[in-house]
Design a protein. Sequence first.
Lengths: 368, 400
Amino acid sequence: MSQVSTEPDLLYTEEEEALRAAVRDLLTDRCAAADVITRGESGVPHDPELWKALSQGMGLAGLLVPEDQGGQGATHREAALVLEELGRAVAPVPYLTSAVVATEALLACEGPVAAGLLAALASGRTVGALTVPLNVGPGGAYRTVRLENGSLHGELTGIADAAAADVLLVPAEDGGLYAVDADAVTIVPQVSLDQTRPLARITFDSAPARPLTADAATAVRRALRAGAGLLASEQLGLADWSLTETVRYLKERKQFNRPVGGFQALKHRLAQVWLEVVGTRAAARNAADALATGSADSDVAVAVAQAYAAPVAVHAAEEALQLHGGIGMTWEHPAHLYLKRAKADSIAYGTAGAHREALAALVDLQAP
Amino acid sequence: MTDAAELRRRTQELLAAHPPAETDRLDFLKARFDAGLAWVHYPEGLGGLGAPRRLQAVVDAELAAAGAPDNDPRRIGIGLGMAAPTILGFGTDEQRRRFLRPLWVGEEVWCQLFSEPGAGSDLAALGTRAVRTDGDTPEGGGDWVINGQKVWTSSAHVARWAILIARTDPDLPKHRGITYFICDMTDPGVEVRPLRQITGEAEFNEVFLTDVHIPDAHRLGEVGDGWRVAQTTLMNERVSIGGMRIPREGGMIGPVSKTWRERPELRTHDTHQRLLRLWVESEVARLSGERLRQQLAQGQPGHEGAGMKLGFARLNQEISGLEVELLGEEGLLYEDWTMRRPELVDFTGRDAGYRYLRSKGNSIEGGTSEVLLNIVAERVLGLPSEPRTDKDVAWKDLAR
């Protein structure tokens, strides 16, 4: 069994709370639920203006990148907090995929190409996407494309936020990781369960590739681990919105001449969701802190956070829909945005079951 | 202000004046109390120094390092966790001086006479009567005579004193006619009978009170103010339940994980999935407790404590239930049905079957899970309260 070496800081610092307030203010102004719903059906599912405000305006795309490499030199704790707020707003921006996953992959690479891309991603002017399907978790198997004479051939599906990407980070059959300009490939959107983080099919037809590292496996693993760990904070934001909004509505909504929030059957269900949100917050902060400090406990912390948070976000969103009654079933009400994101998130970067399996090895509780 | 360095200095002084190796245990504890190092956040002269509560850890660490005896806090948990804060908060100077020192050193064990057969979740409906005798005290009335029945009283058979709430005015609505007393458990009118539970043991008692005499000097707080006084007691009960710090696999998940590792022949795919789920939930419950502890240490108010007990009750039950099933043929056996009266409840070292049965009480004792869910919904989420039909009705007119 792995031991916990130092005690993780599970709280939010004052600086982190200030950052939260700033992000929340921006999202309140610029990311109304009604607009997110409309945008999902437009040809441009991502919100480029919001992305610009978050990345270039607030510098949030470079949180994980050291200052001398063009970033903000912050940690996973701050990035987790941004994701918490983005989850609360189901914001259609490629933050997790570009500023966390693609950025982490580049941080595992060396050389001028990777350094240039890292700075570009940190500035937010360039959006990156790692071409591993969204459902793959750390240590999971994934498809690669063929490398021939310095260019790539093949097809990949299930690549999140590829439609918004300027550059793709592509694991190839030779075991290396390559950078490919989005202009050099064909990207076709796939109709996605979660329209706020849409998937795409990418066809590589002799796409010119610049090598980033010969060891794609290490870079991908690192990227997916950070993605899975910080996804728990997004799930926390989703669950917290679902709970808060449902409580607010049930205090207001009256049937049988009383607020329906006074019925014990509903009170108990909401109290149960609250308990789960409390647990998710502790698990998500623990994962973010472990990643930030490079703790030896990171693998366990990430697996625990994802195994716990994924079903909680789904449960909270499902309860929100049910307890809203008929209105929750309408296209107009935002509850479905949260349900779809939560359900897609429960598959993203490994299902809860996949993370439990990983834990079985990590904490020595082996299968029969 | 007393700081950590000052407390260390005082602790070393105590150790120098009363070397633990050469000092009688009780004498050492009394000296520690008199030095203000018993509970440093208590006032001077009552075992403390008026220091911040978190600094107790400094004293405890120094004393543990020196091999000093402790006051066996588990044996006197009700006294320390419930009676003491109430006596401190509502007792007269004389009551504080008389009771706190023997309570803390463990010379006098305390028990709690609150629950009744007819007053469980609805504790304020209690019917044990306290009637004032004619006589001359400064308040006008005399001493008190108690009649009634209490239940689920741990340590009643070893206790010297009890904290007791009883009805002094049945004509008032239920919350307002209650008074809080200190009851002498050696009074001839106190009869303690073991209450055998589903584990086969009797860790609790029924207590029958027949014409028990309580001097007015042993009343805690004003006549009729007992419900408010009892809130202090109950609040401290929840603090002590929620404030514990545990290492990974420190709870009920520990033994079943050990069994899993040591006995591969028991493993099945179904139990594996369930074990991993419960392991994750246990780790998250542990982290939630740790986060709550960090919040409290920073002085940030947190409601999470209300949830901790709910979570642990369910986990204890599910984990021990899984363990019984995992054990297969062995799970069909039970360690011992002999009726015993243990002084302490301790899950560690007990068989899975015992833990399975005993943990059923975790969602009942100290507030049922259903009541706690109401508390979360109302006090944390601000949802409407349960309808109250008894608020303005005299206690004697309530349905029972």
